[in-house]
Design a protein around this ligand. Sequence first.
Ligand SMILES: [Zn+2]
Length: 408
Amino acid sequence: MQLRSPTQHLVLPLSRTVDAELASDIEKHSVYVSEDLLSLSVVQNEPRVLVGYKDGADIERLQEKLSRYLDAMLARVRRVEPAVHYQRGRRSKAIEHDVFPKLLERGWAFQHGRGMVSLSGPALTLSRVIDETFARRYRRSYAAQDRAYPAMIQAELLARCGYFEMHPNAVSFVSHLRNDFDEIESFRAVNEGASRLNVTHGGAFAPIQHCLNPAACFPCYEAFENHRIGAEGQVLTWPARVFRYESSNLVGLDRLWEFNVRELVFLGTDAFVQAGRRKAIALIQEILDDWDLSGRIETATDPFFATVYASKAFWQEAMDVKYEIRLDIAPKSNGTARTVAAGSINLHGAFFGERFNIRDANGEAAYSGCVGWGLERWVLAIFSQHGFDVQKWPERLQERVLAERDDS
Ligand SMILES: [Zn+2]
């Protein structure tokens, strides 16, 4: 008997060669193309992709779907070079590899499921220090007010924010059983004594009206609907739980389905929001200096779904509305440098002001902007750059971690 490998391969041509950034986006977004697709990689400097697929897959259908996907992604013509707005190196060149497995080994992280991780010990303390450091600075330098919002969000609100048309692939939907005695009882009966979930049929669930929030700031615009912002502007900050489904890209601490964010939102005039962004950049530079972290702030784009990727990403880049802070982590096994996007600084123009009828002091649609830091990615970058021995960390970071530990 001949054993067949469960993975088959095929090579597909691209209409042109692509730069490294587009190649990485093509690879990243390919996880949503087909359940038969196991891997897709762009051959370096060649107009070809290498595709791995499940044994028994309908190759013709897969190939046809892939070619539509690749056409959509290749429609993107990069005309704007990604601008680096700030760059910082650090004293040591040492870098810790395999941080996530090492955290698991030490019992400082626990994997609950795909994309679901909890922290404990020094890793948890560190995530609190990161969160509180930003929160305190926001209160001090922006007079930011504290808020807290639910992790669930009404589907209707996501629709109004345009999320379903831009990132449908990333949404986590919430439902419940229909209010029907017989449906609930038959669901109960098939799950009696079961050690996994049994679903009788899809119709047992109520129509979806809720989701898990995929972008920290959305609930805040709803709370300001039909409000007028004073001349001094409005700044809010809160810790948020954010959910983004990323299929097989969900691995380690850098790609979580559920993650924690320290969010900051400014609402007011265009000038007020622009000033808020400048201040946020200065503040992140201070923190990178204090904690001796290497990284950079650069122009970025959101991970739009393939069919709208080309137009939206180009627009976003050209308008210079999204910056990302990228922190260095261990390079790939082939030596290629790696960074993790530890957060973003975003300008929304008057988009939310118009959709939610939020007015500035002059009666115009208010402008908004937000800054979100992904705490788990900061944790990953700090352990990567400074190792696991807190005693050897930069003094100002070490002080904060030791103080936080004594408090808890
Ligand atoms: Zn936001």
